[in-house]
Write a protein that binds this ligand. Structure first.
Ligand code: ZN
Length: 289
């Protein structure tokens, strides 16, 4: 959960797991023009160097991973350089991967084998339009693994017989719904703050992470955007705790307090939002006369 300017995007060293037969292409909203990768949602352009243009041109028209690596080899682009370019595309949600359903199981088996020997892969990132509805969809995607974890935990807790299955089911369902709702409020607050500055905005979701992307703004505005999410999340949990208190639901108060704490933690300096809050705060203090 974070807000970040597009200039902070960078290639990590890992790629998603790719089969030779996977079809790769640029995500909607990304085009190649005059040696630049254009990000139309953010109005940003990224200069592409050397033979990277050939790679992106191939991705504009779709090609398999094997064909792409073959093109890179013929263009004298090393596999490492090609992977760095693909990693950069993944980091900003510019790469789409199409894999036939019939190959999904084979890919999972290979991934498990690779995991045994310590190979780790990045997750694909997806871009969504910056609207409340798409923020909700991105939040649901990001929370899907958590939903499965809560379901398994609930079954185990109910199986231990400490609480009735109905009590476990209602508490876990309420907790999950409140958690997802608080994430939507958190991200929407980032987004609305960016919108308030009339800046372009886009939502990025990768595995459990969601980020609201925007062009680089002044330190004061970046700070306000980073603060908006956690503050809104804490405020939402406070309202829920208050309502649970009115109806005498102590479990609801406990769940809301835990979720509020979760959003408060995102203001700590080593989290994505907290890092921006503290970094921009230092810049603003230093710029004071
Ligand atoms: Zn955030």
């Amino acid at each position: 959960m974070s807000a970040k300017s597009a200039s902070k995007l960078s290639a990590n060293s890992r790629l998603p797991f790719l089969l030779d037969t996977d079809v790769l292409c640029l995500a909607p909203g990304f085009t190649l023009a005059n040696g630049h990768l254009i990000d139309s949602a953010l109005g940003a352009s990224h200069r592409v160097h050397g033979a990277g243009v050939y790679i992106l041109r191939a991705l504009e028209h779709q090609c398999t991973y094997a064909a792409l690596m073959d093109l890179a080899n013929r263009s004298h682009v090393s596999p490492l350089e090609c992977h760095k370019l693909l990693s950069f595309l993944v980091s900003m949600g510019a790469l789409r991967r199409h894999r036939p359903f019939t190959l999904q199981l084979a890919a999972l088996q290979k991934r498990c084998l690779h995991a045994v020997v310590g190979a780790r892969y990045a997750s694909l990132a997806y871009r969504f339009p910056a609207t409340a509805g798409w923020v909700a969809i991105a939040s649901l995607k990001a929370c899907a693994p958590l939903s499965v974890a809560i379901l398994i935990t609930s079954i185990l807790v109910a199986g231990m017989g400490l609480y009735t299955p109905a009590a476990v089911a209602s508490a876990s369902t309420a907790g999950l719904i409140l958690f997802i709702a608080s994430i939507v409020v958190h991200e929407a607050a980032h987004m609305w703050r960016v919108r308030a500055y009339s800046a372009a905005c886009s939502v990025l979701q990768s595995a459990l992470r969601i980020a609201v992307l925007h062009p680089k703004l002044t330190a004061r505005r970046e700070r306000a955007i980073a603060l908006a999410g956690p503050v809104a999340g804490i405020g939402f949990c406070g309202v829920v705790a208050g309502m649970a208190g009115v109806f005498g639901l102590s479990v609801g108060i406990g769940i809301a307090a835990l979720l509020g704490l979760f959003h408060a933690v995102s203001l700590l300096p080593w989290t994505a939002d907290g890092k921006i809050v503290y970094t921009t705060g230092r810049i603003l203090r230093q710029s004071r006369p």
